[in-house]
Design a protein around this ligand. Structure first.
Ligand SMILES: Cc1cc2nc3c(=O)[nH]c(=O)nc-3n(C[C@H](O)[C@H](O)[C@H](O)COP(=O)(O)OP(=O)(O)OC[C@H]3O[C@@H](n4cnc5c(N)ncnc54)[C@H](O)[C@@H]3O)c2cc1C
Length: 444
């Protein structure tokens, strides 16, 4: 490509959203280009293979969705490169494994804890029915209101404060429906007396690429638009020239009639000139966290678990430990297994100051104490960090995002994707946004 070029639509960011948009818009007959800052595409859906171990660098990913069209889209693009597994997910609770979601595993709790959880659940239910508890005003109150004090204090609050790295009473609860498993009352009672129940069922069977980790999905989506992707193009400036937009990385420029941004809002506003102070402030006040991924390859086997939630801070800094070699046999060498631990953090906190070796030592120590690995089994270690991992819905989120969206609508810059819409979107949500944006139904 020359130092200057002109296209109709410029897509900022080559993660799953940007690549899916490029594919759909090209199928619509549009002239598009994707500008991606990194050496390769994929964003949070990248994977790396070293010494026979493949790990997802944005944290362990699986394919699932309630949205049948999106699920078919993901499955169709992967073709034969997908395997399906039954979810066997646990919570590590006081030294033992409890079935996930927690409310579906109550009978596995120590008797006193089971009593605490079920009696508080029922008492809360009665009080809510009688209108004796005020409707929740924040996420913490929503947890107590929905699950009662027992489940709240045993699991929901500690787990959520760990993964968000943020106090739950400073978080909004407008986003929880469909994202936080919320079981029917009958299921909680069944589970408490030991009748088997399943929660969060749209995820009970999940898919994963056989080869190449989750990045295989983005690569498959990208195949028809490979020539329209420009990597190592970090957008640093975006300005108008008549009816056109001029996008630059400080060296090259691309001109286009319209801009679709899938990059974090924080990166987008810094590339624009004359952004009103209210908008810059609103963007600065948005909350998010980062994730550190620690990879462990071992000789031998791991437990037959898909992934394990770790609510207790005393067990370790990690909120989740996944076992990718249980998703596909091809992601670890024969006779070996793999473990991926995720630790969320924010700039300036203890984790952000830890070196890679300190993170690895911390995780191996924690896995040894949990009895998942033993000394001498580890044959491979590695780490990666992602600055933008999770959107955190704080109490000011709705006000901030309204100011931001109004501004970009007025500027006619479209925002699509996880950190551009600034929403808790999984891969299916990103693909759905891209499909809706492209204005067509890809499944027909
Ligand atoms: C720990 C973790 C686990 C997850 N697990 C799952 C799961 O199991 N299943 C699931 O469905 N989803 C999961 N997700 C969510 C999934 O990763 C995201 O929904 C999806 O990857 C977001 O894609 P995106 O393209 O919108 O954003 P991103 O992946 O963030 O892509 C944005 C792209 O923009 C680029 N960029 C940024 N700034 C610039 C710039 N200035 N110029 C040019 N390019 C730029 C970045 O390099 C990146 O490639 C998980 C996420 C995390 C953090």
């Amino acid at each position: 490509m020359s130092n200057n070029s002109e296209v109709k639509t410029v897509i900022l960011g080559g993660g799953l959203t940007g690549i899916t948009l490029a594919r759909l818009l090209k199928e619509n007959g549009e002239d598009v280009v994707v500008l991606e800052a990194e050496e390769g595409i994929g964003g949070l859906c990248r994977s790396r293979t070293e010494k026979g171990f493949t790990f997802d660098t944005g944290g362990s990913h699986i394919l699932f969705s309630r949205d049948c069209d999106v699920l078919s889209f993901m499955e169709n693009v992967l073709g034969k490169n997908i395997d399906h597994r039954h979810r066997n997910t646990k919570i590590y609770y006081k030294g033992q494994y409890v079935k996930y979601p927690f409310e579906n595993g109550l009978h596995q709790l120590p008797q006193e804890d089971l009593f605490f959880c079920i009696s508080e659940f029922i008492k809360t239910l009665v009080k809510v029915e009688r209108g004796e508890i005020a409707p929740p005003e924040n996420f913490r109150e929503w947890i107590y209101y929905t699950f009662g004090k027992g489940i709240a204090e045993s699991y929901m609050v500690p787990y959520n404060e760990k993964i968000w790295n943020y106090p739950t009473d400073k978080m909004s609860h407008h986003w929880v429906d469909g994202r936080v498993p919320r079981p029917p009352v009958d299921d909680v009672i069944r589970s408490a007396i030991g009748i088997d129940t399943e929660g969060y069922t749209h995820q009970s069977v999940f898919g994963y690429p056989v080869h190449g980790g989750i990045e295989a999905l983005v690569r498959a989506v990208a195949a028809p638009v490979a020539d329209e992707i420009l990597c190592r193009f970090k957008v640093t400036s975006l300005r108008r020239k008549g009816d056109l937009w001029v996008v630059s990385d400080g060296d090259r420029t691309v001109e286009g009639e319209r801009i679709i941004s899938t990059i974090p809002l924080q990166n987008l506003v810094t590339a624009l000139e004359n952004v009103p102070g209210t908008v810059s402030t609103a963007v600065r006040n948005l909350k998010y966290n980062s994730v550190a991924c620690v990879y462990i390859g071992i000789k031998g086997e791991v437990p037959d678990i898909s992934w394990l939630y770790i609510p207790d801070p005393d067990t370790g800094l990690e909120n989740r430990v996944s076992f990718p070699s249980n998703y596909s046999t091809e992601v670890a060498p024969p006779g070996h297994s793999s473990i991926l631990a995720e630790i969320t953090y924010n700039e300036g906190d203890t984790v952000s100051g830890m070196s890679d070796n300190e993170l690895i030592d911390h995780i191996t120590g924690s896995l040894e104490r949990m009895g998942i690995i033993s000394p001498g089994q580890v044959v491979y270690t590695g780490t990666d960090r992602q600055k933008y991992a999770y959107v955190v819905y704080d109490l000011h989120y709705l006000n901030n995002i309204r100011v931001i969206r109004d501004y970009f609508e007025q500027e006619r810059i479209s925002l699509v994707g996880r950190f551009s819409q600034f929403e808790y979107l999984n891969m299916d949500g990103c693909i759905r946004s891209a499909i809706d944006f492209a204005g067509r139904d890809v499944c027909r």
